[in-house]
Ligand binder design. Structure first.
Ligand code: GLC
Length: 577
């Protein structure tokens, strides 16, 4: 394996005890130069033996993140919640759920992270609250209370049925009848997640105040959940049924409606403007062509998560059913975002999050070695233009969990999908196979820290099963092994800080027609860094023109061959500096 520089070589061998020689790219904000790490707190580290992770556990593991070169941590929701959707059903926007600890624990986390140059980024769930939120308790009482209009209420159709035939994202009608008020309320997700009515200015003010509460605590920004659903259509009408249940998926009916940008411009003014933070919106339904309105000079966020590269593994329709796809499709999807943001705007680069299956099981042919696959993806993740988002466990190459039955799963969406598949006529085995491949719980099994009981995650009973069959699959073992996925990620992270091309450079795709190689150059002035990653299970000869006169900086192979990439090998070349 070739090394980048003496400093980065030492960082690898001494397991990142030595800092990288960081370049100082001009003109970029801190969040464009750093790496963001996403934590699902329930599954990260448990200090109490409860079986679920907590804030103190995150604080205790901050050095792991520092060694990975992380500058910001996105925490999925840690607010008080009945946990119907594991915290995405919020009952109080400005407090901490006791299962995660206290506000003092949160303040300690922010302070300890700051000492290590890491900022904490909160998840704002502003499309809906929990039905246990006091706002909803009041709103549902009658049609005249002070919060009567803070949620989306409608009368029944004359026959008493729901106002429209929309199906919620988790399955079943998107409307639930409220006896107390004598009306239906809308929920894009579960019935326990009523949608907030953004048309009401008092509601919007209350949400901005909640965001400012966290800004006053020194957070570094926000990931903004499910934001494309906040603007409802002007007219609520039935959609064309897309399933045997006679319903139309709500996404197609309400995502990204005209007028949404007015709300988001206000959000930007009230929450983002004038502060040294970043915002990243979860923008399902926003494609590369829309990005000009969403990011960049006139955009509403600093970045948005755009999902076309993840969605291509699913056939269209009601919900994700696996389909075969080609590498050129993945490249096209990623490059469309790169192109859309190359002159104005910025994008996150990501292959995983808490809603997606593990990437090593998602982007490679059947039978691919997961460690080699993880290295290939990490090379792309950490060298494409944009801010890389690493999801917990991705840095050690965690795969999906081999779920044996649907009863092992906790995720509300997985259960909804399983039931829906049965109703659509699939057998229980087929339904389980779909859920296995796509369940969000694949990403939510506990982080693996060491060889101890429950991989060091908890001394209690873990809330989801722990991967148990591979002793090399944990952060401690991989820290000791110079050839591990974790140390490969650390090396790439180091390279990113050393080579300004990798942050400030333009991105040029190479070999766009190749079905085996993903190759691109990062170009700054007369300097180039070239990534070439073999996604196939065959050796592939290396086209001469890839980077003439360049030297090899890194290879995921021990002994890379001159003119040929090994199966699932990734390399980084550069022009001499
Ligand atoms: C987003 C979150 C997901 C959650 C949903 C409802 O998509 O990422 O986890 O279930 O919104 O809040």
């Amino acid at each position: 394996m070739k090394f980048v520089s003496v400093l980065c070589a030492l960082a690898l061998l001494a397991i990142a005890a030595v800092p990288c020689g960081a370049a100082e790219p001009g003109g970029l904000a801190w969040w464009q130069k750093t790496i963001v790490y996403q934590i699902y707190p329930k599954s990260f580290a448990d200090t109490t033996g409860s079986g679920t992770g907590d804030l103190a556990g995150i604080t205790a593991r901050l050095d792991h993140l520092k060694e990975l070169g992380v500058g910001a941590v996105w925490l999925t929701p840690v607010y008080p919640s009945p946990m119907v959707d594991n915290g995405y059903d919020i009952a109080d926007y400005t407090a901490i759920d006791p299962s995660y600890g206290t506000m003092a624990d949160f303040d300690r986390l922010v302070a300890e992270a700051k000492k290590r140059g890491i900022r904490i980024v909160m998840d704002l769930v502003f499309n809906h609250s929990s039905d246990a939120h006091p706002w909803f308790t009041e709103s549902k009482k009658d049609r005249t209370n002070t919060r009567a209009d803070w949620y989306v209420w409608r009368d029944a159709k004359p026959d008493g049925s729901a106002p429209t035939n929309w199906r919620s994202i988790f399955g079943g009608s998107a409307w639930t009848w409220c006896e107390e008020r004598g009306q239906y309320y809308l929920h894009t997700f579960a019935p326990q997640q009523p949608d907030l009515n953004w048309e009401n200015p008092d509601l919007r003010r209350a949400l901005y105040d909640a965001a400012r509460f966290w800004l006053d605590k020194g957070v570094g920004g926000f990931r903004v959940d499910a934001i494309t659903y906040i603007k409802k259509p002007a007219v609520f009408a039935d959609g064309v049924p897309d399933g045997k249940d006679g319903m139309a998926g709500i996404h197609a009916m309400t995502a990204n409606q005209p007028g949404i940008l007015d709300f988001l411009r206000e959000f930007r003014r009230e929450v983002r403007a004038g502060r040294d933070i970043f915002t990243v919106g979860e923008a399902n339904g926003v494609g590369p062509d829309d990005l000009k309105d969403w990011v960049g000079e006139h955009g509403v966020f600093d970045m948005v998560f755009e999902f076309s590269h993840l969605d291509l593994a699913c056939s269209g329709g009601v919900w994700c059913q696996p389909r075969d796809w080609k590498l050129t499709e993945l490249k096209r999807a990623l490059m469309a975002t790169q192109r859309a943001t190359q002159n104005s705007g910025w994008c996150p680069v990501f292959f995983e999050n808490h809603d997606q299956p593990r990437s090593v099981d998602h982007f490679f042919p059947e039978g691919a070695d997961p460690r080699r696959s993880a290295k290939v993806l990490a090379a792309v993740l950490l060298t494409l233009r944009g801010t890389p988002f690493i999801y917990q466990g991705e840095e050690i190459g965690l795969p999906n969990y081999p779920w044996r039955s649907v009863d092992e799963l906790n995720d509300i969406q997985s259960h909804g999908q399983y039931e829906f598949a049965l109703k659509e006529g699939f057998s229980p085995e087929q339904a389980l196979a779909f859920v296995r491949a796509f369940s969000r719980d694949n990403a939510r099994t506990p982080m693996l820290w060491d060889e101890g009981a429950n991989a060091g995650f908890t001394t209690g009973t873990p809330w989801l099963p722990v991967h148990a069959d591979d002793t090399a699959l944990n952060a401690a073992a991989q820290t000791r092994d110079p050839k591990s996925v974790l140390n490969w990620c650390r090396q790439l992270s180091c390279l990113r800080r050393e080579r300004e091309e990798l942050t400030a450079g333009a991105c040029e795709e190479l070999l766009p027609e190749s079905e085996e190689l993903f190759a691109f150059a990062r170009v700054l002035e007369n300097r180039r860094v070239v990534t070439v990653a073999n996604f196939s299970l065959s050796a592939v000869s290396l086209p001469q023109e890839i980077c003439s006169g360049c030297k090899l900086l890194l290879s995921s192979e021990d002994e890379p061959r001159e003119a040929e990439l090994a199966p699932l090998e990734a390399r980084i070349y550069a022009t001499e500096m």
